[in-house]
Design a protein around this ligand. Structure first.
Ligand SMILES: NC(=O)c1ccc[n+]([C@@H]2O[C@H](COP(=O)([O-])OP(=O)(O)OC[C@H]3O[C@@H](n4cnc5c(N)ncnc54)[C@H](OP(=O)(O)O)[C@@H]3O)[C@@H](O)[C@H]2O)c1
Length: 314
C-alpha cells in the first residue's frame, strides 16, 4: 500500500508498506481521509522533545506512519471484534492514517455521521472531541470565550458552546472572522484590531499566546480557564510548561485552571456524531490535500495558514 513513511523524527516520504494485519480488538480500515492538526506536526517533528519521552518513541517514531484522525471503511475485523463488520463506514483515531490502509482499535472508532463526507468525518475526532471535553461544565446562559476560535479545536468549541446554550465570544485574527461568525458565535473579536474585553464563566484557550494573568482578568472570580494547547513554549516542553504553571497556581487563585488532555475514544466520537446528526455541529473543512501532498497539509496547519480544518484524502 502507499503510505507516508516516517523512520526518523522530522523526516517522512511517500513510500510502500505491507498492508497491516488487525490484532485482537482492532479492525483493518480502508482509509478514505485523514484529519490534520497540530498534534500531527508534533508527532512528525518529534517536537517539543517531551513527546519523545511520553511514549511516542525515544530514538525515532514508534509508528512508521503519521496521522491520527481517520475515516474509512472496515475491510476486515480482528479477533474478538463485535459491533463492526466489513463495509461499515467509520471515523475515529489510529496510529498511521496517512496510508491507504491502517488498523485501529474499535475503542477508538464510531460510525460515520450520516450526511458527512469521509473528508468531513476525518476532520472531527481529535479537534471535536477536545472541544467537547473542554466544555463539559458549561451551562446554558453562561458566557464563554473561545480563543483561537478559527482553528481546529476552536471551530468546534464555538459550536459546542452554542449547542450547550452559552453566549459565545470567538476571538481570532482577521482572516478567520468570517468563519467564526458563520459558526454561530454571538460576538467575534478580531484581536488584531482590539483584544477581547468582558468577563467569562469559561475560557477555552486554544491559542495559548496570552499570559495567565490576562486570562484571569478576563475570567469571572470563580470562572474556569481551560488550557487546550500552546505553540509558544520552548523546544523541550512546549505548551506543557505553561499549562503546568497554570495548574500550580490553582491553590492561590479564585479561578480554576484546567490542563486539558483529551482522550480519544469511541464514546466521545459517538457524542459528536449525535450533535452532527442533530445539525448542531458541522466540520469547517478549509482544504483537502491528496496523500502525495500530506506533508504540505501538515505544513499548511503548522504555518498558521489554515482556517478551521485541513484533511488529507486517499
Ligand atoms: N490538550 C489536548 O488534548 C489537545 C488536543 C488537540 C490540540 N491541542 C493543542 O491545542 C492547540 C490548538 O490546536 P488546534 O488544532 O486548534 O490548532 P490550530 O488549528 O492551529 O488553531 C490554533 C489557533 O490558535 C491561534 N494561535 C495563536 N497563537 C498561535 C501560535 N503561536 N501558533 C499557532 N496558532 C496560534 C491561531 O489563530 P489566529 O491566527 O486567529 O491567532 C490558530 O487558528 C495546539 O497547540 C494543539 O497542539 C491539545
Amino acid at each position: 500500500m502507499k503510505a507516508v513513511v516516517q523512520r526518523r523524527w522530522g523526516s517522512a516520504v511517500l513510500g510502500d508498506l505491507d498492508v497491516p494485519v488487525p490484532g485482537p480488538g482492532e479492525v483493518l480500515l480502508e482509509v478514505r481521509a485523514a484529519g490534520v492538526d497540530m498534534g500531527t506536526w508534533h508527532l512528525l517533528s518529534g517536537k517539543p522533545y517531551l513527546v519523545r519521552f511520553i511514549g511516542y518513541g525515544f530514538r525515532g517514531p514508534k509508528s512508521p506512519v503519521p496521522g491520527m484522525d481517520v475515516s474509512g471503511v472496515v475491510a476486515e475485523t480482528g479477533p474478538g471484534v463485535t459491533g463492526f463488520a466489513p463495509g461499515d463506514e467509520v471515523f475515529g483515531t489510529c496510529s498511521g492514517a496517512f496510508a491507504e490502509y491502517t488498523v485501529a482499535p474499535v475503542s477508538q472508532l464510531a460510525r460515520k455521521p450520516a450526511g458527512l463526507s469521509f473528508a468531513e468525518a476525518a476532520a472531527v475526532p481529535i479537534s471535536g472531541g477536545t472541544a467537547l471535553e473542554g466544555l463539559r461544565e458549561v451551562q446554558a446562559g453562561q458566557r464563554v470565550a473561545v480563543l483561537g476560535a478559527g482553528g481546529g479545536v476552536g471551530s468546534y468549541g464555538v459550536q459546542v458552546a452554542k449547542a450547550l446554550g452559552a453566549h459565545v465570544t470567538g476571538v481570532c485574527s482577521t482572516r478567520k472572522v468570517e468563519l467564526v461568525r458563520s459558526l454561530g458565535a454571538d460576538e467575534v473579536v478580531d484581536y488584531t484590531v482590539a483584544d477581547f474585553t468582558g468577563t467569562y464563566d469559561l475560557i477555552l484557550d486554544c491559542g495559548g499566546n496570552r499570559s495567565l494573568s490576562r486570562l484571569r482578568k478576563a475570567s469571572t472570580p470563580r470562572g474556569t480557564i481551560v488550557l487546550v494547547g500552546a505553540e509558544t513554549g520552548g523546544a523541550i516542553t512546549g505548551g506543557f510548561e505553561r499549562a503546568l504553571r497554570a495548574v500550580a497556581l490553582n491553590p492561590f487563585v479564585s479561578q480554576k485552571f484546567v490542563m486539558l488532555i483529551s482522550k480519544a475514544r469511541a464514546e466521545v466520537f459517538d457524542e459528536l456524531r449525535v450533535l452532527i446528526e442533530a445539525g448542531q455541529l458541522k466540520p469547517a473543512v478549509e482544504r483537502t490535500f491528496p496523500l502525495s501532498e500530506a506533508l504540505d497539509a501538515v505544513e499548511h496547519v503548522y504555518s498558521r495558514r489554515s482556517i478551521g480544518k485541513v484533511v488529507v484524502t486517499i
